[in-house]
Design a protein around this ligand. Structure first.
Ligand code: NAD
Length: 503
């Protein structure tokens, strides 16, 4: 197994080109400086400067949108089998550079190598999965009526914008870009300003795989500049967005004048409900995994633990022991389970909740303090004695911080679980089958797992309800977003046409 030093040495090699040349925008297969100059990419591990990054402005977005528009017809009309072959070559390219992607991602985001090595490979899986759908994606139905043969077809919507966040940025980018390309759309990608490295690797891999210039364009920069201009651009037909709920509202407003179709994957404050009849050892493992892996910077994290009062004391005691044993450390150390948070701003936000918890009367049962002297490390934290009206139970903290809330009855658990503006995921632990059916039926969430952590299966719909989003990814749902349904009615005979202005 690689050691921290092995990984640091390899990373040094991978970063050399970024240090020497920075990151430019990539438009129509060529590098382009940012109209707004450059901004610094900083590693959350030691706050060191990684490289300068092009600060894209409205002019860069316009150039990228024009390039995506110009490349659209050729990409749309390329035989499906040829497009499929390119997507498979992209997957192979990702696999070939998986270590580079994983190490750069860790350094850029603070995510632990333990999880990022898998995230890089999941990116390849996204391309393979949607490559397999390319040929059928345009198929439609035959809906016969008395006078017409009605057929439907699906056509790609056109150039689309993809705006991604900084948590697991590579995996999330592929999740959007792979189905868009498979549908036949061209793409302008605006990665998060906090984590630009792997978006650059992705566009390079795609071009090396034979993706024609202009089919995938990357414009770096800030949300309120490059991101806003992308939402407002008239040549961009749809925006696939992953990020915070309040940014989702802005995306909708910014796209109103050009009537954008938006797909919004937003925040969550997801409940995990543990009943006293559950298999508690497995429930404990899953509760810990779903909030403390990926630094807790995960939209589907189970950040509210609802635990039945009959087992609460024992369950929380075991939780404290395990949480205190989670290994916080250098993200490139393969043994590390939690790395630093993404930025100073996010660190301030997360640590601010330690005071909020105390002020609101909750108990800090584990953590609740920074870890280490440099970088944005925090100890994994558990709040107990909480109620659902406290800010620690209502707001998305987006760090390794769990809020435990007791309940007595199934009805009470359901009412606490649903008492939130969000509705992304829910996790239910019970061995009572009828209760599981009853509960999942009434739980307000886009995705629910029973006796399981979140196990993603690409054909299933991924997305949230309420403030957690609009639209679904996965399977054919992705194509519904990136494609237009078209109906064509063909007369099968001489049916009567109502005559106006004729005798
Ligand atoms: P964010 O909303 O701050 O930023 C996301 C992206 O939007 C970035 O690229 C940013 O530059 C851009 N942006 C910001 N303002 C914009 C504007 N006015 N117009 C256009 N683009 C703009 O989110 P973040 O802090 O980067 O990511 C964390 C959030 O993402 C959390 O809330 C998390 O729950 C959510 N998330 C959701 C999912 C999901 O599938 N539901 C997955 C991952 C993350």
């Amino acid at each position: 197994m690689a050691t921290l030093n092995d990984n640091l040495e390899k990373l040094d090699g991978f970063l050399a080109r970024f240090r020497a040349h920075g990151i430019k925008n990539r438009i129509a297969g060529a590098d382009r400086d940012g109209g707004g100059g450059v901004f610094a990419s900083v590693s959350p591990v030691d706050e060191s400067h990684i490289c300068d990054v092009a600060r894209g402005d409205a002019g860069d977005i316009d150039a990228a949108a024009q390039a995506a528009h110009a490349a659209f017809a050729e990409w749309r009309d390329m035989p499906a089998t040829q497009r499929r072959a390119i997507l498979i070559r992209i997957a192979e390219g990702i696999e070939a550079r998986a270590e580079e992607i994983a190490l750069c991602e860790c350094w850029d985001t603070g995510q632990a190598y333990k999880f990022m090595s898998k995230a890089a490979l999941r990116g390849a899986e996204n391309f393979r999965y949607f490559a397999d759908q390319v040929v059928q994606a345009r198929d439609g139905q035959h809906l016969k009526s008395p006078t017409l043969m009605n057929i439907t077809t699906r056509v790609p919507i056109g150039p689309v914008g993809v705006i991604t966040p900084w948590n697991t940025p590579f995996m999330l980018s592929t999740w959007k870009i792979a189905p868009a390309l498979a549908a036949g759309c061209t793409v302008v990608h605006k990665p998060a300003e906090a984590s630009p490295l792997t978006a650059r690797l992705l566009v390079e891999i795609a071009e090396d795989a034979g993706l024609p210039p202009g089919v995938l364009n990357t414009v770096n920069g800030f949300g309120e500049e490059a991101g806003k201009a992308l939402c407002e651009h008239p040549l961009i037909r749809a925006i696939a967005f992953v990020g915070e709920s309040r940014t989702g509202s802005l995306i909708t407003k910014q796209g109103a004048d050009t009537l954008k179709r938006n797909h919004l994957e937003l925040g969550g404050k997801n409940p995990v409900i543990v009943f006293d009849d559950a298999e508690l050892d497995r429930a404990l493992d899953a509760v810990i995994f779903m909030i403390y892996s990926i630094n807790g910077e995960r939209c589907t994290s189970s950040s509210r633990l609802l635990v039945q009062d009959t087992i609460r004391a024992a369950f929380e005691a075991r939780l404290v022991e395990r949480v205190n044993a989670i290994r916080v450390g250098h993200p490139l150390d393969p043994k590390t389970e939690i790395g630093p948070l993404i930025s100073q701003e996010h660190y301030d936000k997360v640590t601010g909740y330690f005071d909020t918890a105390k002020a609101d009367g909750a108990t800090i049962a584990a953590g609740g303090a920074p870890a280490g002297d440099t970088g944005y490390f925090v100890k994994p934290t558990l709040f107990t004695d909480a109620t659902n009206d406290m800010r620690i139970a209502r707001e998305e903290i987006f760090g390794p911080v769990l809020t435990s809330i007791p309940f007595a009855t199934e009805d009470e658990a359901l009412s606490i679980a649903n008492d939130t503006p969000y509705g992304l995921t829910g996790y239910v632990w019970t061995n009572d089958l009828t209760r599981a059916l009853r509960f999942t039926d009434r739980l307000e969430a886009g995705m629910i797992w029973v006796n399981s952590e979140n196990v993603r299966h690409l054909p299933t719909p991924f997305g949230g309800v309420k403030a957690s989003g609009i639209g679904r990814d996965g399977g054919d749902w992705s194509f519904d977003f990136y494609m237009e349904q078209k109906h064509i009615g063909l007369a099968t005979g001489q049916h009567k046409i109502t005559k106006l202005g004729a005798l």
